[in-house]
Design a protein around this ligand. Structure first.
Ligand code: GDP
Length: 447
């Protein structure tokens, strides 16, 4: 099975890191193909917790290549911070490869992201404010700075100047606002705000700093598409690891409350540089319930106490931002949409253990529009989705602690029925079930 894609099947944070870590056992390379340091994976191995934002989860396997593909946007400062952290933890990073074609998140992208969200106020998208959207925008505008540019000071300087030029107005406004705020707070006296440029935008300092980043990253910079082909062509497995999830896809998710890249399986080809025929298998990862971070429609959201219990028991706080996630019942209308969009072959259902003792478990099987129409499929029209109400099937649930289950036979009947219902409804076998955060806390099901 040389090309395997792993994608989030809901709104992200499904536990893709752990499943990737498991499925990567026999792979030659683990490749991230989109997103930036807005992702966050937590892997617990033998009780030790590792958190990653940019580096693919596969880094814990020293015998595998760990690739940041061309489709990822990379904040070099963050990447180097993660590299340093892993080194301190004694994890070898000699197998890390960074695409020379990946685009960089520059300091001005972060500033623009923060300013954009602040300006939108209560209509903000809920981005992580780390510059990811503006970096992808520059890529599309042909104003991006790529990893390879770090290795040539002259080119880097020219490109930074060209990228900054059209942003001058917005950045100047930002700088003035920032200084006004500081003055009002009594932190600054003297010069008129307009006269002093933001030190973070000084071209000379930016170039110098980034040339330095280039020196440090150089041993990892590579033609990563070729590395992927080399593995595939010799019948070894590449795992393409998606960040975020299907319902946050820029084209197919709940726009504009989406991420600024394409986290669906089809995007693995573009973001890693392989062909559709290289993909042999697609895994979708879904939680046994649903969560969503930030704003945007979430039909099965729970506002009552049971939602609170799920958040507490599932530790539903973001790896990257620490933000509390919104929680709700499993939404099979949305999941079936994600299954088709990614043409999934298999599902992994994580965090089933969190639902034990919750009582009756509800799963959404259709929506009803505000005019009363029955909606069996995920509505493409935003206004319909915003006002749709879910209709549920109630399943009995289970009380036993699942943490020690390792075989299908260990799972209580209520848990098996729940998984069977999900699988039947969306038409894809559930092959893996998570019953706790540790990588051993996993049950393989016979498909
Ligand atoms: P990702 O970005 O999709 O990898 O998801 P996150 O890492 O943000 O969130 C998953 C969280 O759930 C992590 O803290 C995992 O350790 C944890 N986790 C993963 N699978 C399970 C599971 O089956 N049960 C429980 N209780 N926790 C899990």
């Amino acid at each position: 099975m040389p090309g395997v894609v792993i994608v989030g099947a809901q709104w992200g944070d499904e536990g893709k890191g752990k499943i990737t870590d498991l499925l990567a056992k026999d792979a030659a390379a683990i490749v991230r193909f989109q997103g930036g340091n807005n992702a966050g994976h937590t892997i617990v191995r033998d009780g030790e917790e590792f958190k990653f934002h940019l580096i693919p989860s596969g880094i814990l396997h020293s015998d595998k290549l760990c690739v940041i593909g061309n489709g990822v946007v990379v904040d070099p400062r963050v990447l180097l911070g993660e590299i340093d952290g892993l080194k301190r933890a004694g994890v070898s990073i000699s197998n890390l490869r960074l695409s020379a074609n990946a685009h960089l998140i520059m300091p001005y992208h972060v500033l623009l992201d923060q300013a954009g969200e602040t300006k939108l106020g209560k209509n903000s998208i809920g981005t992580t404010r780390r510059g990811i959207g503006p970096a992808y925008a520059d890529k599309a505008l042909r104003l991006g700075i790529r990893v390879q540019d770090l290795l040539d000071e002259k080119i880097l300087r020219t490109k930074i100047r060209a990228a900054l030029e059209p942003k001058q107005q917005a950045l100047r406004e930002l700088s003035v606002q920032r200084r006004k705020r500081r003055k009002e707070a009594g932190e600054e006296k003297g010069a008129e705000p307009e006269l002093v440029p933001d030190p973070r935008l000084d071209v000379h300092a930016m170039v110098e700093e980034h040339v330095n980043f280039g020196h440090r990253l150089e041993p990892h910079i590579a033609d990563t598409a070729k590395l992927c082909w080399d593995a595939l062509d010799s019948d070894r497995t590449d795992i393409f690891e998606g960040a975020q999830a299907a319902l946050l896809d820029l084209d197919h998710g709940t726009y504009p409350f989406v991420t600024s890249s394409n986290p669906i399986a089809g995007a693995a080809c573009v973001g890693a540089g392989v062909g559709p025929a290289d993909i042999d298998e697609v895994w979708g990862i879904a939680k046994a319930y649903a969560t969503r971070v930030g704003a945007g429609p979430f039909p099965t959201e729970l506002h009552e106490e049971v939602g609170e219990r799920i958040v507490e028991r599932g530790h539903e706080f973001g790896t990257t931002t620490g933000r509390r996630r919104r929680a709700g019942w499993m939404d099979l209308v949305a999941l079936r949409y994600a299954v088709r969009l990614n043409r999934m072959d298999s599902l992994a259902i994580t965090k089933l253990d969190v639902l034990s003792g919750i009582g009756t478990l509800r799963v959404a099987v259709r929506y009803r529009s505000k005019e009363g129409a029955v909606l069996d499929s995920f509505p493409y029209h935003q206004s319909i989705l915003h006002s749709a109400t879910p209709e549920y099937e109630d399943l009995p649930g289970f009380d036993a602690d699942l943490g020690g289950c390792r075989d299908e036979a260990d799972l209580p009947q209520g848990a098996r029925d729940y998984l069977g219902f999900v699988s039947e409804f969306v038409g894809v076998p559930v092959r893996l079930v998570g019953v706790g955060p540790d990588r051993d806390q996993t049950v393989w099901l016979d498909a």
